[in-house]
Design a protein around this ligand. Sequence first.
Ligand code: HPA
Length: 238
Amino acid sequence: MSTHIGAAAGQIAPRVLMPGDPLRAQWIAETFLEDATCVTRVRNMLGFTGTYRGEPVSVQGSGMGQPSISIYATELFTEYDVQQVVRVGSCGALAESLALRDLVIATSAATDSGANKLRFHGLDFAPCADFGLLRAAHDSAVGRGLAPAVGQIFSSDTFYNPRPELTDLLADHGVLAIEMEANALYTLAAAHGRQALAICTVSDHIRTGEQTTAAEREQTFGDMVEVALDAILAVPLR
Ligand code: HPA
């Protein structure tokens, strides 16, 4: 048992999917895994372990924002020896080329968080995805006809952004979309020598204000989970 995850040692698989919402973790476990059991309920941040195509896989809620995912990802890496984490989340689109429900695979993630300024004493670290997971997710998405966008995203510490004019600057530099967790996940995976990837579906368009319906989000979310599961099974554990 770790501080924020109630599972016993050995109850979490080396491969983990991380949605932000703990009820999404439950839905993933019930919909896609065989023999899934709930392994942690601490703070209602649910986690499950089962199998997918015969391989052990866990699903752990991350909560919203980089402080929250940092707690769970750190404990997954240090207390449970997790090797691969794929975040399955939503994002707000910046790029004009993106439409609602599109899949975005993050090669790297910039941020307004101060966490890496502390970690790296002011120098700029460029957190990036594991290439094997990235390639496998891309291949899976293309194979499923999903035409994923691949590029840099921005992990914001605010959902209600006090400086919306900055989104134009990011868009002008080719940043595809905004979410709230990937930069921290990629940094922690690097710090612990593990593999991580963030995949997001576009839930809203920041520049046009369009939003998906709940039913659309569920369908798109399921497609993304299948891509994430394909990706983690395609990459051998080191
Ligand atoms: N901002 C930050 N995170 C998000 C957004 C957004 O607009 N949409 C979905 N996740």
